[in-house]
Ligand binder design. Structure first.
Ligand code: N2P
Length: 357
């Protein structure tokens, strides 16, 4: 009898271990099962406490994975083998995903909190009537800089970055559109330019920036700038806000030649297995108090009008991160340039990165 109990115990323990292992394997590969929701988001782009709260309120288990570029995210979704229920692409990628039939239309009747989104961020050209996507965060691309390391040098334009005095002082985010866009804007071209000569000219100009570039990095740019490892960073606005909350010496500017205005929206990709839970999560994130908490934590700009009321006044009145419609109108939104052109942008960016070595 004792032996039987012992064997039974062994079987039970082994099964539990197997189940735990299987569950871990599933979550690491992005597979959903049962009442789970698999979310694929940018790194450092949510207050994880809110995920726990959503799980507690709904009983839905969340599997959370991150990416660091639109291109990486889309490749993974196209490749298959994943079951992402939610992803958070930027506007030009949303258009591309629509074209390639990678998105599921949303059921607005399940998103009553959508009414809290500022009209200004609804019904934009990349997704008329928000059939496939719901605003999450928005912002600009610009320069975060540290005046205490710049000895009186003023930073107002992209072209300032080519000054030889900035040798080894610049950090760049690892984004093809962002870095190529800086090259193009600095030459007075549009950051949606597809003229091959202009693109080559921009790449060659970027090559000449190389002596000033200390590194091309991911989310660690925030830590490096806050620790004063470099004087200048090419960043997304929310990262600048986050850095500035860590180190008061720093400031942020959208360069005078122009820059990028971007929108990151939540979508339900065709890989989804739990469309119901995906709607529940989107609606949860649209709740004004939830959106306010998330915004304060992440530091990016919220499109949720009602959420602004729950946030510190100095945050929502800061024109560097909540620029007026007059200013944003002067900025350019990335267009979906088509497969061939995007491949060319990526190839040139890669060449620029190799040139540095
Ligand atoms: C957050 C990245 C934000 C991406 N780490 C801007 N599209």
């Amino acid at each position: 009898m004792k032996r039987l109990v012992h064997s039974l115990l062994v079987v039970v323990v082994a099964s539990v271990v197997l189940l735990v292992l299987l569950d871990q394997l599933n979550s690491s590969q992005g597979y959903s099962s049962g009442n789970t929701l698999t979310i694929y988001n940018w790194g450092d782009y949510i207050d994880e406490e809110l995920i726990t709260r959503f799980e507690k309120e709904t009983g839905i288990k969340v599997i959370y994975e991150t990416f660091d570029s639109n291109e990486a995210m889309m490749t993974k979704i196209v490749q298959g083998g994943t079951t992402y229920d939610i992803a958070v692409p930027s506007e030009y990628t949303i258009e591309k995903m629509r074209e390639e039939d990678l998105l599921i239309p949303l059921d607005h009747s399940k998103l009553p909190n959508l009414k809290y989104i500022d009209e200004r961020f609804m019904d934009l050209p990349f997704d008329p009537e928000n059939k496939y996507s719901i605003p999450y965060f928005w912002g600009t691309v610009g320069i975060v800089y540290n005046p205490t390391l710049l000895e009186g040098m003023e930073i107002t334009s992209w072209n300032d970055l080519w000054d030889p005095a900035l040798k080894n002082q610049i950090l760049l985010i690892d984004g093809a559109r962002e870095v190529m866009g800086m090259g193009l804007n600095s030459l007075g071209y549009s950051l949606n330019d597809t003229n091959k000569d202009h693109l080559m000219e921009a790449k060659e100009k970027l090559d000449r920036l190389t002596p000033n570039v200390k590194a091309i990095v991911g989310d660690e740019i925030k830590m490096l700038m806050a620790n004063e490892e470099a004087a200048i960073g090419l960043v997304w606005s929310g990262d600048a806000a986050d850095i500035m909350s860590e180190n008061e010496n720093l400031d942020y500017v959208v360069p005078e030649e122009g820059s990028n205005l971007w929108f990151d929206n939540m979508v339900i990709p065709k890989t989804a297995k739990n469309i119901e839970a995906a709607h529940q999560f989107i609606n949860f994130m649209l709740d004004p108090e939830v959106a306010a908490q998330n915004t304060e934590y992440v530091s990016y700009s919220t499109p949720n009008k009602e959420a602004l009321k729950y946030m510190p006044r100095d945050m929502v009145t800061d024109e560097r991160f909540y620029p007026s419609p007059e200013l944003t109108e002067k900025l350019e939104v990335y267009e979906n340039l088509g497969k061939k052109n995007l491949a060319y942008y990526n190839a040139l960016f890669l060449e620029f990165k190799m040139h540095r070595k």
